[in-house]
Design a protein around this ligand. Structure first.
Ligand SMILES: Nc1ncnc2c1ncn2[C@@H]1O[C@H](COP(=O)(O)OP(=O)(O)OP(=O)(O)O)[C@@H](O)[C@H]1O
Length: 599
């Protein structure tokens, strides 16, 4: 429940006056409805359906009937009917307005939640993303958010129902304290009994959250790995997993419907018993007039469904509570890892170009605070501006981690990173990253045209500049050969291209930004010898114009580097010019070269 109130508080802050207007409107609507109900009996009297004894027996709750009775003969009924219709139509009009208002509040609130969540994700430290599944974010931004949205809507609805119920309860108490207290006690007893349904709904809601999470995670993995699944003939296993999960999801929803149906049954059965009991108590024990009993029954028949709908709303709310909790947990976790403000302009623009270089002084880094091994240990390194530095080492040596530390994505546990002799912190890291062109091992392309993919990185780039960047990345020829050229739409993550073609477009995109620092993390690994040679030449042309950091497995790609850094188990084991290191046959690079040649 705590989480629900967090969101209710947020809703109050978001909607402000509108929420109170809507609450007051609900109260007015329920009063009008109550007035309509109270008019029923005078109407019966005026219509001659209830005898004169009825009006003598007890005082009517509103003054309206008296003036009505003073009207000339034959005018009372039409006037009462007209007032009755005006009240009901007015109430319906008010409810229409309230429904629109509550929808506006709900949708506006959800938009705000969605924006806040996505914004907080964008502003979070990179380390936060390393611990999460991508599919979980999709789960939170879609499924869980709509459950929260539904929950908030339910909460508004429940408040409305509660207000209606309270007003009608007051009215019923006015008419007959004994019978109303009787109905109320039965309602409370049943609500206590029905707590089991609410608790069960919450457990089912928890299962819904984890099943949906599993479903999305599984689907994301399967769709991402479809090629591996098909090439290894694993369709059967995957289908088996999917079928089993779908059955669990089906059972989960059926369980919830069963809970709701059982609780509805309990209320309906109790209602049948209570009507019989009331009728007996009123007529045989309390000797209430038949007309008054009729009014009580009208009120009971309006009150009891409200109890039932409050219970049903409570179950649905309980079912969506785990989504509130999941979202609240995520938001509080995100609040602790915010490292920027996406909308804030950087006041201190930071280095537009690197002047001296990047230095690591005794840097230690590990992914988990309690991990026994460091991914980087005692890194001492200087990367000169406008030079080319190659980082080599076996898989898992720490090359990508080192680059993350150099651009401020990962923050060292000990030691520091200096950019042009100034410590790399906060805004400086953000400014630095805006000058970086990064090509990763797993290049990312949007499901959009090549043009859109390029302009996503450099919004103002002209067509000419795009072709220039593509020429640099040896991608111009194959793109000219495509029927739609720059307007060719790439598949999901660029799936319609070969790995080498993808890498070349991503490289062109990085260059188009005219970065001060170009980082290539295994960026040419999918290229054939000819294209790799073309890119090597292009990189050599850039030599001296920008700082280039290359991570490479293929040692052929690092021959032109000014400095080679060799890593092993998170440490730098050798560092120097390519020729110098290659000449030391017993050194790490020399051994790697001889292994490569032998291979
Ligand atoms: N997200 C992560 N969480 C925990 N440990 C990680 C994570 N990423 C990398 N590591 C660990 O950190 C160490 C260095 O990994 P890193 O990716 O930097 O190596 P690498 O030299 O770039 O490898 P490769 O050439 O295979 O890309 C490895 O032991 C790896 O298992």
């Amino acid at each position: 429940m705590k989480e629900l109130f967090i969101y209710v508080r947020k809703l109050r802050q978001f909607a402000g006056l509108k929420l109170y207007v809507s609450m007051v409107g609900m109260l007015a609507a329920s009063l009008l409805e109550g007035a309509g109900v109270v008019l029923l009996l005078p109407l019966l009297t005026l219509a001659g359906l209830a005898g004169p004894a009825a009006t003598d027996g007890f005082t009517l709750p509103l003054h309206m009937p008296a003036p009505l009775r003073e009207l000339p003969d034959g005018m009372g009924l039409p006037a009462a009917l007209a007032i009755f219709a005006a009240i009901l139509i007015g109430q319906a009009g008010l409810q229409r307005r309230l429904s629109i208002l509550s929808e506006q509040i709900e949708q506006g609130f959800i938009r705000k939640l969605r924006q806040d969540l996505y914004r907080a994700m964008l502003q979070a430290d990179w380390s936060f993303f390393l611990k999460q599944r991508r599919s979980d974010f999709i789960h939170y931004l879609t499924g869980e958010l709509s459950r929260v949205s539904y929950g908030v809507y339910l909460f508004l609805q429940q408040s409305m129902t509660l207000l209606f119920t309270l007003v009608q309860l007051g009215l019923a108490l006015w008419l007959s304290v004994e019978l109303t207290v009787g109905v109320l006690c039965c309602g409370v007893l049943l609500a206590l009994f029905a707590r089991r349904y609410t608790r069960k709904s919450r457990r089912i809601g928890e299962a819904t959250t984890s099943l949906m999470q599993l479903y999305l995670a599984g689907l994301t993995d399967h769709l991402g790995g479809m090629k591996e699944i098909k090439s290894s003939g694993l369709e059967r296993q995957h289908y088996g997993w999917f079928r089993e999960l779908c059955s669990r999801m089906e059972r989960n929803m059926v369980d919830f419907s069963t809970v709701q149906a059982s609780s509805r049954f309990a209320y309906k059965a109790a209602s049948a018993l209570l009507i019989v009991l009331f009728a007996y108590a009123a007529l045989a024990l309390l000797h209430v007039q038949a007309e008054k009993l009729a009014l009580i029954l009208v009120i009971f028949s309006r009150l009891w469904p409200k109890f039932q709908s409050l219970q049903s709303g409570a179950e649905q709310l309980a079912q969506s509570l785990p989504a509130f909790k999941a979202l609240a947990d995520l938001q509080s976790e995100l609040a602790g890892v915010q490292s920027m403000d996406v909308e804030k302009e950087l006041i201190e623009a930071g280095p537009a170009a690197l002047k001296l270089g990047i230095e690591c002084k005794g840097v230690y880094y590990r992914y988990e605070a309690d991990a026994s091994a460091y991914a980087l240990e005692d890194i001492r390194l200087f990367i000169p501006a406008a030079g080319t530095t190659a980082i080599v080492g076996q898989s898992g040596a720490g090359k990508s981690t080192l680059v993350d530390v150099l651009v401020g994505l990962a923050v060292p546990e000990h030691g520091e990173v200096l950019i042009d002799r100034k410590p790399l912190t906060g805004e400086g890291a953000l400014a630095l990253r805006r000058t970086v062109g990064y090509v990763s091992q797993d290049p990312f392309l949007f499901h959009a045209s090549i043009r859109d993919n390029l302009s996503a990185a450099a919004p103002g780039a002209s067509e000419e500049e795009m072709w220039e960047a593509l020429r640099f990345a040896a991608a111009d020829h194959f793109i000219r050969d495509l029927a739609d050229g720059l307007d060719t739409v790439l598949g999901d993550r660029g799936a319609r291209l070969s790995g080498g073609e993808r890498q070349r477009i991503v490289l062109a995109r990085a260059i188009l930004r005219r970065p001060a620092i170009l980082i290539l993390d295994e960026a040419t690994s999918a290229l054939d010898g000819e294209n790799e040679a073309l890119i090597q030449e292009a990189l050599e042309r850039l030599h001296g114009k920008m700082t280039i950091i290359v991570i490479a497995h293929r040692l052929s790609t690092i021959r032109g580097a000014d400095q080679v850094v060799v890593m092993e188990n998170g440490r730098i084991v050798q560092q120097g010019g390519f020729r110098e290191l290659a000449g030391d046959v017993r050194g790490a690079l020399g051994m790697m070269l001889s292994r490569t040649e032998a291979g």
